[in-house]
Write a protein that binds this ligand. Structure first.
Ligand SMILES: Nc1ncnc2c1ncn2[C@@H]1O[C@H](COP(=O)(O)OP(=O)(O)OP(=O)(O)O)[C@@H](O)[C@H]1O
Ligand SMILES: [Mg+2]
Length: 235
């Protein structure tokens, strides 16, 4: 497991309500422990699909956002590391040669020895499913390249959340848009967290190709109470 550095916390743009959600304020109970533990594990090593489904208010979005916020730092590729290492060593050597620059040399040497320079912060993206569909629908039929460009731009993130999947009406074009997205992430082996009120069995009835690819990853039923109603009662 990668060491954690506060400076290397993952970055993600979130709306005010989602900003409050984190693993720290997720109340773990018997009913949600498994989903919590799998989500934590996924944040250390996001691979493939993580499909979280369950009734409204049970904590799916809370867990998905918590994962995005806690993604482990990413190790730079080898060629970048070689270049960074060379630059750092040159800089240390440079400061060592100049009188009165010992402090700078020590400071850079400490940084070099901390290993932190080998990593960058992970970058997550939170995407509402209906935003995705309306974005793709905005491009008219002949703009297939723009659709693919948009999907490819999503693959640049280290991990994305597709929130509220399955709330939309499954017209033929909506099914096609989901297939495009899921298949691109599947073939590119890019991680994606999906939250939904629908079970994978239901999705399989409507879009077998999509369900089959998702099911190769982790499918978790979050069988918990509606925390929104519970919160309201306690106020
Ligand atoms: N285990 C938990 N501990 C603390 N707060 C929780 C927990 N589960 C859910 N909540 C809170 O309850 C509210 C609803 O949770 P969340 O938005 O994650 O539900 P959801 O499963 O995504 O529901 P929906 O299907 O309607 O989108 C949020 O304010 C969330 O922070
Ligand atoms: Mg939700």
């Amino acid at each position: 497991m990668v060491r954690t550095y506060p400076e290397l916390l993952s970055g993600v743009d979130l709306t005010p309500i989602h900003r409050k959600m984190s693993f720290e304020n997720f109340e773990v109970t018997k009913r949600n422990r498994k989903a919590y533990e799998i989500s934590k594990e996924y944040s250390f090593n996001p691979e493939g699909f993580l499909y979280l489904f369950g009734k409204t208010g049970c904590g799916k979005t809370h867990l998905a956002v918590s994962i995005l916020k806690s993604l482990s730092p990413i190790l730079y590729p080898k060629n970048v590391l070689t270049e960074k290492e060379r630059q750092l060593c040159d800089l240390i050597e440079h400061y060592e040669k100049i009188k009165g620059m010992k402090k700078e040399a020590d400071c850079h040497r400490d940084f070099y020895e901390s290993d932190q320079w080998r990593y960058r912060s992970a970058k997550g993206f939170f995407l509402k499913s209906f935003h995705y569909i309306s974005r793709l629908s905005d491009y008219s039929g002949y703009e297939a390249i723009s659709k693919m460009n948009y999907i490819n731009s999503l693959k640049n993130y280290d991990c994305i959340v597709l929130d509220d999947f399955g709330m939309e009406k499954f017209t033929e074009s909506v099914k096609h848009y989901f297939y495009m997205l899921i298949d691109e992430f599947y073939t590119g082996q890019k991680p994606m967290i999906i939250t939904s009120n629908r079970s994978i069995v239901e999705i399989n009835r409507i879009m077998p190709g999509v369900a089959s690819r998702i099911a190769e990853g982790k499918v978790i039923h979050l069988d918990d109470i509606d925390h929104r109603i519970n919160k309201g009662r306690n106020q």
